[in-house]
Design a protein. Structure first.
Length: 148
């Protein structure tokens, strides 16, 4: 345990604290002393006990106001976190939907490509058959003309 000598309301006090906490204790006591002296200047000398009580009440009021703000910020952070989780979920759902659409479009594209290839083969066969028919017709016509 460490000991810290402080001066409060023109009186010396020796306080104990955990090792390494001396600086923090001194800073806290400076703040309390400033609040006490500020109230003493504003309210006059109401007596040390009453000024200490008012100082404690003021400090507790600030503490609870700060605690309320921290709790409010925690609630806001929790809400923001929930909204972020919801947004993240929506993004993943959107991504999955778009991947499904892309896969379907790729499949449609492959099917369309196969259909085009099949139609091209049918067209080429049709042209070949038509060409053969015309050639046969022409040959028959030539033979008929020779036989006459």
């Amino acid at each position: 345990m460490a000991n810290v000598s402080i001066k409060f309301n023109n009186k010396e006090f020796l306080l104990s604290c955990e090792d390494g906490q001396e600086e923090q204790l001194e800073e806290l006591l400076i703040q309390i002393n400033q609040k006490f002296n500020h109230l003493k200047n504003d309210l006059g000398n109401l007596g040390e006990n009453k000024l200490l009580l008012i100082t404690a009440v003021k400090i507790m009021d600030e503490y609870y106001e700060t605690k309320k703000k921290v709790d409010q910020k925690k609630d806001e952070l929790r809400d923001l976190s929930n909204k972020f989780k919801e947004l993240k979920s929506l993004i993943y759902a959107y991504k999955d939907t778009k991947e499904d659409e892309i896969n379907k479009l790729n499949l449609d594209h492959q099917n369309f490509k196969k259909e085009i290839e099949n139609n091209q083969k049918k067209y080429e066969k049709l042209i070949e058959d038509a060409t053969n028919e015309i050639s046969n017709f022409v040959e028959k016509s030539k033979l008929e003309n020779r036989s006459q």
